[in-house]
Structures are given as structure tokens and as C-alpha cells.
Design a protein around this ligand. Structure first.
Ligand SMILES: [Zn+2]
Length: 269
């Protein structure tokens, strides 16, 4: 039995972390958690996510219709993009949306996060594509996000912000933190003359390590068709391979097994 009150408290705590790290301004951002197939807890519109208490949190059904909300609170109009992610990714239990400064700057400049510059970002995220611009509260954003939702756990929203999702609230939040840290490092290293990128083989090794860890979620390491041909993954296809229609099928298990065996041997594990 899910303890709803406990989850509401956790949502408030994550809201504080998002606000305190400057990942949102004003009343921006929203958080949701799936508690059953047709019940989702979500943050209300029009309040700072840094100062919420459990009674602020609303409950909606899978269509985003209000099941429960205290007087004065209603779900964010951006809940539509959360519901689309839940609908299309049954493994997802939580969705976080924010406007972190550096990640959003990249989303505004139209630059996806595709340069492999540090092991943690490659393992946790792979690369982060940009879903094309949509007017908030319409179906344009859910439609744009839908294009990437089967292939990634984090997407930038063009001229808007970032969206992350995972199998727990903490993990969805952590992905948002990772996206922002990656974007910040990429921005700063560009000011210092440009990053020295990890080599293709270094990226491949990190992808193999990710597979060995059995990490949950979707990641180009598991999906990019380039892998099937033994070529470097999405870091080399601009983070947009999903839209090129190539990523629909995962790399064959046989191939993954073979590469894993090779890497384990090479690493002397
Ligand atoms: Zn937003």
C-alpha cells in the first residue's frame, strides 16, 4: 500500500532542492509521481516549488483530470507532458520538469548535449536531445517529447527547459541535476577553448559499463543502431538518431554479449 502522505512530503522535499539549486524561478517547474495505474500525485500551478507542504499536492488520473485537490490548488497545465511520458513509458514512476539555467540556455541556443566530456554524464544520460518547441499547456510539447521518450530519460525542451523521468522520484530528480551539471561543464569548457572530448572507444567502454551495471531506463547505449554495427553510439549522431527513425530496435543481445565479453577481457575484470 502506497503511503500517499509520505510521497507528498517527498515531492515537497524535491521541490525545495529544485528551487534551492536555482533550477526554477518564480512558480515554475512541476513534479509528478505515479502511485497506481490511474492515480498520479502532482505539484499545483501558481506556487513556488520551494515552499510547498503536503496539502498543496494534487491527485490526477491518467488523463490529467483532477481526482483530489484542496481548495485553492489545481494541477499545472504542463501536467499533459507528464501524462504523455507515463502513457508511453510504463516503466516510468516519476517525471520532473524544471528550467535549470545552463541546460535551458542550451535549449534556447538550439544546441543538444551531445559532446562526451565526462564519464558520469555518458553513463547516466548518454546524450540529451532537444524536443522541438511547443506552446506550453497545448499538446505540442507532449507531441514533441513523444518523439524521444522511447530512447532517452532526459530531454531538453526547445526555448523552454528540461524534462527528466525515471523509475523513482529521487532518480528522476537526480537526472535533472545530472543534466544541469553536464550542461554547466560543457558551457564552461567551451569558454576555456573547447572541451577535449572522450574518444569513441572511451565512450563505448562507458556504455558497456552501464550495461554491466544493469541500470534501468532508456539510454542510447542500449538503443542506438550504430551500436549494432559496432560503430560509436549517439554521441556521434547529434543526439537526434531517434528522429532519424533508426533507433526503433535495440542492439541484438548477441552483439551486446560479445562486446561485453570483449570489454571485460580488455579491462581485466
Ligand atoms: Zn516549464
Amino acid at each position: 500500500m502506497v503511503n500517499e502522505f509520505e510521497i507528498k512530503k517527498q515531492i515537497c522535499d524535491i521541490g525545495k532542492r529544485i528551487y534551492n539549486r536555482g533550477m526554477v524561478a518564480n512558480n515554475d517547474g512541476n513534479i509528478s509521481v505515479k502511485i497506481s495505474d490511474n492515480e498520479f500525485l502532482c505539484t499545483p500551478t501558481g506556487v513556488s516549488k520551494g515552499f510547498m507542504t503536503p496539502e498543496f499536492i494534487c491527485k490526477v488520473d491518467r488523463d490529467g483530470k483532477v481526482l483530489q485537490a484542496n481548495a485553492g490548488f489545481k494541477p499545472s497545465s504542463e501536467i499533459k507532458m507528464h501524462m504523455r511520458v507515463y502513457k508511453e513509458r510504463p516503466d516510468v514512476k516519476s517525471v520532473v520538469h524544471a528550467h535549470p539555467m545552463y541546460a535551458t540556455a542550451f535549449a534556447i541556443a538550439g544546441i543538444p548535449l551531445t559532446q562526451p566530456i565526462m564519464p558520469e554524464a555518458v553513463i547516466a544520460l548518454g546524450c540529451v536531445p532537444i524536443a522541438k518547441y511547443g506552446t506550453p499547456s497545448t499538446n505540442e510539447i507532449p507531441d514533441a517529447v513523444s518523439e524521444y521518450v522511447q530512447y532517452f530519460d532526459a530531454v531538453l525542451l526547445e526555448n523552454h527547459g528540461a524534462l527528466t523521468f525515471s523509475d523513482s522520484l529521487l532518480s528522476a530528480y537526480n537526472k535533472m541535476e545530472s543534466v544541469e551539471f553536464y550542461a554547466q561543464l560543457l558551457y564552461l569548457s567551451r569558454q576555456l577553448g573547447g572541451p577535449k572530448e572522450l574518444s569513441d572507444s572511451q565512450v563505448q567502454r562507458l556504455y558497456e559499463i552501464r550495461r554491466q551495471f544493469g541500470m534501468t531506463g532508456k539510454h542510447p547505449a542500449n538503443l542506438c543502431p550504430n551500436n549494432k554495427e559496432g560503430k560509436p553510439s549517439c554521441h556521434n549522431c547529434g543526439g537526434s538518431c531517434a528522429s532519424k527513425g533508426g533507433c526503433a530496435s535495440g542492439a541484438s543481445e548477441e552483439l551486446v554479449k560479445n562486446i561485453t565479453a570483449k570489454v571485460i577481457k580488455e579491462l581485466g575484470l
